[in-house]
Write a protein that binds this ligand. Structure first.
Ligand code: HEC
Length: 168
């Protein structure tokens, strides 16, 4: 009798443990997000807006508006990351944040000279440069997010992409 009670107890505990483990495994969105993660989500929204149109062979005035607004927003957010979420003990992280800011500012400059020859290609190039800063930092920190964010894309850094060195 006692033995049975013990067994029943054990089974209940195991179930409890299993549920507990799975609860720990909940996707990130169900947990409380860090402040930095929230800023990243914002950055991601603007980044995706420019990435979505980056394959076009011609940009409409509205597309240029998207590029201009998204890049200036990414620059603002990058400044927040630099100011509020600095990691003085991680130089590469610091450099890549500055690189994200620099590349988004360059993208904004391109949008300002949208009528000049080559502006389209320059804007597309900037999308790639920006994407690399995201990829390099996430890779540096071992954050693997893009498989979920962009289903079908295995790695953030595509095989044919060459790492652009971090400026000194
Ligand atoms: C210098 C480092 C760095 C750069 C550059 C960077 N990220 Fe991040 N990113 C992080 C860190 C750190 C986290 C994890 C934040 C956390 O969970 O607290 C993160 C997380 C994320 C997340 C997940 C947020 C969530 O909901 O959990 C997304 C999306 C993201 N970044 C998008 C981007 C995009 C898009 C870019 C480029 C335009 C970018 N990041 C550039 C460091 C960086």
């Amino acid at each position: 009798m006692l033995r049975k009670a013990f067994l029943a107890n054990l089974i209940v505990s195991i179930f409890g443990l299993v549920t507990y483990c799975f609860a720990e495994d909940l996707p990130k969105s169900e947990k409380e997000k860090s402040e930095l993660a929230k800023v990243m989500d914002e950055i991601d929204k603007y980044y995706k807006a420019v990435e979505q149109i980056s394959g076009y062979y011609k940009y409409s005035p509205n597309d240029w508006k998207v590029i201009s607004e998204s890049s200036s927003n990414i620059a603002k957010l990058a400044k927040i990351v630099i100011r509020k979420f600095s990691r003085p003990d991680d130089q590469k992280y610091q450099d890549l944040n500055k690189m994200m800011l620099a590349e988004s500012e360059k993208m904004f400059e391109v949008a300002n000279r949208k009528d000049e020859q080559g502006a389209l290609e320059d804007a597309q190039w900037q999308v790639r440069r920006l994407r690399q800063t995201c990829a390099l930092c996430h890779k540096h920190l071992g954050i693997h997010i893009y498989p979920q964010l962009y289903p079908g894309k295995k790695d953030e850094l595509q095989p044919e992409q060459v790492e652009i060195p971090v400026p000194k």
